[in-house]
Design a binder for this molecule. Structure first.
Ligand code: ATP
Length: 257
């Protein structure tokens, strides 16, 4: 059930965003972090995989071309959480999860089973207390946690999460990163965009660094994160240190000189 990207080209307006992008296959059980500078094309790549932006080239899931997959099947197999979440809705959190469960075609679960499932999803992301609140009344971090639950609503085998921890406090960041890791260990492919490379090093099995629409580095974070790579990609003077527990720590000292 691997995900393969091959020869991807994507433009927005007249601007080429991704150029001939290919990667080694992404495998079930892997937690992959996609990183890179602002504007590198990370969100565009996730959107191409989620089939919400047109592209040339091939994206296959378990050997099946995603462009040819029926919308209903895609909705069941791929969970996508965009960077900017819709938050003007008067739907309650619980109802928004029921809507997500029925996206792309009616769920086979009864009404009662859908409510139970929605409550379980909220428990996974630490948000049971928000069940009856309106989406429009949530804080940014609460909305983001509920967004993850929405992406999980159809129990997808591929999860695409665009900056899922950007609005979260320290405790919720930990909880959601641990949850993403657990979701991958249950046999899913989890791909998340993160800017925090210290967190990426701690949690990800694989780090893909995108720069100007191309893959600059791809591998185990501890192997690819070097001062040279950070200098080349982010134009900074950076140190890659180990903390007292041996975990990787990225320290930025200033712009590259
Ligand atoms: N709606 C749009 N129309 C035209 N160009 C766009 C649009 N959205 C993004 N772009 C351009 O596409 C390029 C890639 O954007 P994208 O959002 O994929 O980058 P990113 O790596 O996710 O950035 P960030 O880290 O800032 O979220 C950027 O140059 C951006 O200006």
């Amino acid at each position: 059930m691997s995900l393969s990207l091959s020869g991807l080209h994507l433009s927005r307006g007249r601007k080429a965003i991704l150029t001939d992008l290919s990667t080694a296959a992404f495998e079930p059980g892997q937690f992959i972090v996609l990183a890179g500078p602002n504007g590198a094309g990370k969100s565009s790549l996730l959107r191409a995989i989620a089939q919400t932006l047109p592209y040339e080239g091939q994206i296959t899931l378990a050997g099946q071309n995603l462009k040819a997959m029926k919308r209903r099947e895609r909705a069941a197999r791929i969970g996508y959480m965009p960077q900017h979440l819709e938050s003007h809705s008067d739907l309650t959190v619980l109802d928004s999860l029921r809507v997500a469960m029925n996206a792309g075609g009616a769920s086979t679960l009864s009404h009662g089973a859908q409510i139970t499932c929605a409550e379980e999803l909220l428990a996974r992301v630490g948000c049971v207390h928000l069940a009856t609140r309106a989406l429009s009344g949530l804080s940014g971090g609460q909305r983001q946690s509920v967004g993850l639950a929405q992406a999980l609503a159809r129990d997808p085998e591929l999860l695409l999460l665009d900056e899922p921890t950007a609005a979260l406090d320290l405790s919720m960041q930990f909880r959601i990163l641990a949850e993403m890791k657990a979701l991958s260990r249950e046999g899913r492919i989890v791909i998340a965009v993160l800017h925090d490379l210290t967190q990426a090093a701690r949690w990800a099995d694989r780090l893909v660094v995108l720069s100007q629409g191309a893959v600059t580095a791809d591998g185990a974070p501890s192997e690819i994160l070097t001062p040279e790579l950070l200098g080349e990609v982010y134009h900074v003077n950076a140190r890659v240190e180990r903390d007292s527990r041996g975990e990787t720590l990225i320290c930025v000292d200033g712009p590259a000189t």
